[in-house]
Design a protein around this ligand. Structure first.
Ligand SMILES: Nc1nc2c(c(=O)[nH]1)N[C@H]1C(S)=C(S)[C@@H](COP(=O)(O)O)O[C@H]1N2
Ligand SMILES: [Mo]
Length: 249
């Protein structure tokens, strides 16, 4: 093989280039170090690390695993006595279940008012899964209703489903959640009207609640009053009190 012979000038150029590259690398390393050192503290971490947390939030929000199914169990494994937890938005004495309708605000601004009988006409889905509360308890529970995905199809809400978030709140607006759309569309997420094959008990959200197995209990809003869709993150009761907005697991 013929060796490549470099002229003196070429050797000099290469050396200069290597030296410049070395200086730039040192400079970049110094700037990164200085940046980390002098960033003001933000919630106990530096801002740069904080950006890492935000990136994780996006990754674990369900945006990248929308098709992933939560483990399910046979109905026989579901507990008979389902724990009751949390009654924000359920204490309004003037609430009348007989006249209840779910209000759905469409992207156009039009509103739909949907009854329980309307929903019962749609395909029914049951899900038995491990319901987890951030307080540290969990139990296998059995729920039935219409998947949000079926609901979108049947009511022609495809435009709404293009939004980034869904907002759900109780009729009295005292409890409210915001949920990323991929988690809403996930095939185990249901607008739920049955528990253990029976109508939902009052304290578990009669007539309709959200069951969203990819999330912790705080997101499973009981007694849905109004639903709307938005690219702006909707208010969320527990996120306002310091919990993770997405609360996925
Ligand atoms: N309207 C309303 N929904 C709610 C709550 C609440 O306080 N109000 N608590 C949440 C929490 S923290 C949990 S763990 C689950 C509990 O559901 P369960 O009472 O059917 O077990 O409901 C969620 N949905
Ligand atoms: Mo909870």
């Amino acid at each position: 093989m013929k060796e490549k012979i470099l002229s003196e000038k070429q050797v000099r150029n290469k050396t200069i280039f290597a030296f410049l590259f070395f200086l730039i690398a040192i400079g970049a390393a110094y700037l990164i170090w200085k940046g980390l050192r002098t960033q003001e503290k933000d919630a106990g971490a530096t801002k740069i690390l904080r950006k890492g947390f935000l990136a994780n939030e996006v990754i674990f929000s369900g945006l990248f695993n929308e098709k992933k199914l939560v483990k399910t169990y046979p109905v026989s494994e579901a507990v008979k006595k389902v724990r009751v937890n949390g009654n924000y938005g359920l204490t309004d004495a003037s609430f009348n279940p007989a006249t209840w309708k779910m209000k759905v605000v469409k992207a156009s601004g039009d509103t739909l008012f949907i009854t329980l009988d309307d929903l019962k006409k749609l395909p029914k889905t049951d899900v038995v899964f491990e319901f987890k509360c951030i307080e540290g308890w969990s139990q296998k529970t059995w729920w039935g209703g219409v998947t949000f995905a079926d609901f979108v199809k049947q009511y022609g809400l495809q435009n709404e489903a293009q939004k980034t978030y869904a907002s759900l709140s109780t009729p009295d607006k005292k409890y409210y959640v915001g949920i990323d759309m991929p988690s809403m569309i996930q095939p185990q997420t249901i607008l739920c009207y049955e528990m253990n094959g029976q109508p939902l008990p009052m304290n578990q959200g009669y007539p309709l609640r959200l069951i969203i197995p990819v999330k912790y209990g705080i997101k499973h809003l009981k007694r849905i009053g109004t639903m709307y869709f938005s690219d702006v993150r909707p208010p969320d009761y527990w996120a306002e009190r310091g919990y993770d907005y997405h609360s996925g697991h």
